[in-house]
Design a protein around this ligand. Structure first.
Ligand SMILES: Cc1cc2nc3c(=O)[nH]c(=O)nc-3n(C[C@H](O)[C@H](O)[C@H](O)COP(=O)(O)OP(=O)(O)OC[C@H]3O[C@@H](n4cnc5c(N)ncnc54)[C@H](O)[C@@H]3O)c2cc1C
Length: 470
């Protein structure tokens, strides 16, 4: 029987710096994407995945095998025709990924296939990042200080030659990802302002950013009406770009505050994955269990209005619309919309986290839950609960000229700019002179920002007094 290797790709949908591909390349290789690795919940992420796989398939001259059957079945079927020497794959980072890996171990043992795991999507070996007393870091700054002194995980060597083996079946069908052809799936990919899914476009965008030396990243990254960030989060999440390559490239540029800041954002990603390793259920369970006593309010109507961008608070509604129309939301606005949900509406952060998981191209089991818990105050190194964003002040500060508001809520253009951040504050004569009618042109706010802030603080104070929170 012919000797072959199998490479399973999941969140390392790339050719460059892909240790599994390099290590397997001494024998004819079947490259497989297992259907089990589709994100179980995220619709937008599935749209991205479909396009990304199509791109990877092109890079592999149409030889990517899409295993619709369970992986165990696929391996057994292939082992009946070939002598499989090795199965190569990168460690996954989520609880689902780990469960999947567990199922392969006994099977490979039984069939005498060597199972080789690599690390493809991390900057550092997380095991080495612990305090002197062997406990895990709880604060990002200390984590990052320590990490910067550790060696980075090595990039894979260049993939020079690999003989790709094509198996019958496994052709890439769009039905594999039905969301790709849905009206919404087509719309978000068309409206998405970043580079197209797949390694070649991500590399191209990355090279351009490096040439521009991330000019104005540090200041500009907070302005949602402008593109000052990389827009590479989905490419990073799907492993189309290697974070190690990114870090290496950044180190070749002349040092600057912008570049250092960008590096620190990649480190935040590492910190989220570090948390996910220790809290595999952090997409639903509070990292700080003291928040289990928090008196959240389950209000489906308010949740629905938040999801639809109908809260009557412009910066929040603009963000929720950006998300629905493009599969993306600017980071500053993610923080503002999340804060309104958990702090002013007191809706459990898990609901917001789930909605983001459904609608973000970059939906990440690590970054999404860590960020939601950061906003809610229940996470590690989280924003203190009593720090509550005022969405109007945030809007005035970061969308001064209201370009972002007017892009997503064009009806606000009728108002003088200073009232666009909070139309309910406009005096009646102003509203009348612009023919702007609250409730007709734009909703009344669903919550009083001052009162709800006070409610949130009282709930927090009560818990503190009961000794349930620090
Ligand atoms: C409530 C909430 C939910 C979020 N959900 C996600 C998510 O599901 N997936 C996701 O990748 N990011 C998430 N983020 C973090 C951040 O908003 C996005 O990574 C960023 O907006 C992506 O745009 P960019 O690639 O242009 O970012 P850039 O500013 O160019 O950042 C470069 C890269 O650094 C990483 N990064 C940046 N900010 C963070 C952060 N705060 N935490 C961890 N990694 C970060 C990302 O990989 C990003 O692509 C969330 C933030 C909040 C407040």
């Amino acid at each position: 029987m012919k000797k072959i290797n199998i490479v399973l790709l999941r969140k390392d949908l790339r050719i460059n710096d892909n240790p599994a591909l390099v290590n397997a390349s001494d024998l004819p290789t079947v490259v497989v994407f297992p259907a089990e690795a589709r994100p179980p919940k995220g619709s937008a992420a599935r749209v991205w995945l479909g396009h990304s796989l199509a791109s990877l398939n092109q890079q592999l001259s149409g030889k990517l095998y899409l295993a619709a059957q369970p992986m165990a079945t696929f391996i057994r079927e292939t082992a009946a025709q070939f002598n499989i020497q090795g199965l190569y794959m990168a460690h996954g980072l989520s609880a689902e990924d780990k469960a999947f890996e567990q199922t392969l171990m006994p099977l490979c043992q039984q069939l005498n296939i060597e199972l080789h795991f690599t690390d493809a999507n991390l900057l550092w070996d997380l095991q080495t990042l612990q305090k002197a007393d062997q406990s895990a870091y709880k604060v990002f700054s200390a984590f990052y200080r320590h990490a910067q002194k550790q060696p980075l995980l090595k990039q894979a060597s260049q993939l020079n030659n690999i003989e790709l083996l094509s198996l019958p079946g496994g052709a890439l069908e769009t039905e594999f990802v039905p969301e790709m052809t849905s009206v919404w799936g087509k719309k978000i990919i068309e409206n998405w302002p970043g580079s197209a899914p797949g390694e070649p476009s991500a590399q191209q965008r990355w090279r351009r950013l490096c040439q521009q030396a991330f000019n104005n990243y540090q200041q500009g990254r907070n302005i949602p009406s402008q593109i000052n960030t990389s827009l590479l989060s989905a490419a990073i999440e799907w492993g189309e770009l290697s974070v190690r390559q990114m870090h290496h490239d950044l180190c070749q540029l002349s040092p600057s505050d912008d570049i250092e800041h960008f590096k620190s954002e990649l480190a935040w990603r590492a910190f989220s994955h570090y948390l996910l390793r220790d809290y595999p259920h952090m997409d639903r369970e509070n990292i700080n269990p003291k928040f289990n006593h928090f008196p959240w309010l389950d209000n489906p109507l308010l949740l629905h209005k938040w999801q639809q961008g109908l809260t009557g608070i412009p910066i929040v509604d603009a963000g929720m619309r950006e998300l629905w129309h493009t599969g993306y939301m600017h980071n500053r606005v993610r923080m503002i919309t999340a804060s309104l949900l958990v702090k002013n509406l007191l809706i459990p952060w898990q609901h917001g986290c789930k909605w983001f998981e459904q609608t973000l191209f970059d939906a990440s089991p690590a970054n999404n839950s860590a960020s939601w818990q950061w906003v809610a105050g229940s996470g590690m190194d989280a924003a203190p609960y009593f720090r509550i964003f005022n969405p109007v002040t945030q809007s005035e500060r970061f969308d001064k000229n209201t370009d972002y508001l007017c892009k997503w809520l064009p009806q606000l253009e009728k108002l003088p700019p200073k009232y666009r951040h909070a139309p309910w504050q406009a005096p009646n004569n102003v509203l009348q002179s612009c023919d702007f009618v609250l409730a007709r042109d734009y909703p009344h706010p669903i919550v009083d920002l001052k009162d709800s802030r006070q409610n949130a603080l009282s709930a927090y104070q009560n818990l503190k007094q009961l000794g349930k929170l620090q």
